[in-house]
Design a protein around this ligand. Structure first.
Ligand SMILES: *Cc1c(COP(=O)(O)O)cnc(C)c1O
Length: 391
């Protein structure tokens, strides 16, 4: 199926096996265990000499469809679904690394991912060097003889810095390490890191894959050897995806391509409008020619994505005024929803890091992040205008 069809088709069709009833939609199998025909079959299933379902911590038909579909979209040999985006990061490191290994990670990572690498894995003998900026040679300089993993997110949150996946894949490979890319912001609809040389794609399916803010989920995609290791960790440790969440995410994935295209073109429209406001200092959006890495973004992404950040002239008070004047936009730190959200990163998602570290990362008190949804751009713009024009 993967070879024959285009991504839009794969997103709707991949992975479904109909039961005896011939259901048209993907079936939801809410069962924690599976029965065997005989003692011999039970033994063969447990030994792994016969394929088939055993127990939902190992596998479930609904979860399998979601895994197959995401693997097809990412162009991966294997995909393992996890209970959340964070358990995808956890499972990757627990499955592939050991005490004494070293990680090179971008400083511009999701907050919990930073905490996991900086404060938790370090307690188990896995050290991480965080690299500021996007330059591949800075990553190269941080590599050590025991570096096993390079970890990035692109575009980054909230400043939409773009990392050169192909160049970083070379850096990682040159040092005998794997490159993992958190592809949550773009999804395979806009960016396919494996085709650019990355080894592992991490997802928070909670965001655009579901796309309507209903469930938590995650996934790790990559070569079969990588997926097998992640599976071994998950079936033992347990943070697997629930069948119900897999079923909800499958519904979301059917509309992934059209949502990402619509939300991304709305974001470009909004970014252009924001650039024209006298009270806006600067707009961060990879789809704008004013973005310092616009060319790279257009080379490795299909479009700019749905996240737009901007600085308001002034400080926290002026930024909060824009937030507090919103009647339509949801004031929430989440993203990847059909409902547009607005966040003040310095006091929420990035509030726990020191003011100096925030300054160093360029996350000012006047910065706001919009995750553009599916409402009319005119309505989103009107909601922001109230705070930006002081009416
Ligand atoms: C939300 C998010 C995560 C974590 O995902 P959860 O599903 O909340 O565990 C990881 N990476 C990025 C880029 C995210 O936005």
């Amino acid at each position: 199926m993967t070879d024959k069809y285009r991504p839009e088709t794969l997103a709707v069709r991949t992975g479904q096996e109909r039961s005896q009833f011939g259901e048209h939609a993907e079936a939801l199998y809410l069962t924690s265990s599976f029965v065997f025909d005989s003692a011999a079959q039970a033994a063969a299933r447990f030994a792994g000499t016969e394929e088939g379902m055993v127990y939902a911590r190992f596998s479930n038909p609904t979860v399998n469809v979601m895994q197959e579909r995401l693997a097809a979209l990412e162009g991966a040999e294997g995909c393992i679904a996890t209970a959340s985006g964070m358990s995808a990061v956890l499972a990757t490191v627990m499955a592939l690394l050991k005490a004494g290994d070293h990680v090179v990670a971008s400083r511009s990572l999701f907050g919990a991912t930073q905490q996991l690498f900086g404060n938790i894995f370090s307690r188990f003998g896995i050290e991480t060097t965080f690299v500021s900026g996007t330059r591949p040679d800075s990553f190269g300089a941080a590599m050590k003889s025991n570096t096993k993993l390079v970890f990035i997110e692109t575009p980054s949150n909230p400043l939409t810095e773009v990392f050169d996946i192909a160049a970083l894949a070379q850096v990682a490979r040159g040092g005998g390490a794997l490159l993992a890319v958190d592809n949550c912001f773009c999804t395979p609809a806009l960016q396919r890191p494996l085709a650019l040389g990355a080894d592992i794609v991490i997802h928070s399916a909670t965001k655009y894959l579901d796309g309507q803010g209903r469930v938590l989920g995650g996934a790790v995609c990559g070569a079969k050897t990588i997926a097998d290791e992640v599976f071994k960790f998950l079936r033992t440790a347990g943070p697997t995806l629930s069948p119900f969440n897999a079923w909800v995410i499958l519904k979301g994935m059917e509309t992934l391509n059209i949502r990402m295209q619509a939300q991304s073109s709305a974001a470009l429209d909004l970014a252009r409008r924001l650039e024209a406001y006298p009270k806006v200092e600067r707009v961060y959006y990879p789809g704008l020619p004013s973005h310092p890495q616009h060319e790279l973004a257009m080379r490795q992404q299909r479009s700019g994505g749905a996240i737009v950040s901007f600085e308001v002239k002034g400080g926290r008070a002026e930024a909060w005024r824009v937030v507090d004047n919103c009647r339509l936009l949801s004031i929430t730190a989440n993203l990847g929803d059909t409902k547009t959200t607005i966040t003040h990163p310095a006091s929420t998602t990035h509030g726990r890091i020191s003011a100096e570290a925030r300054m160093e990362s360029g996350i000012g008190e006047n910065l706001l992040r919009i995750a553009v949804g599916l409402e009319a751009v005119d309505d989103i713009d009107a909601d922001l205008r109230r705070g930006l024009e002081g009416r």
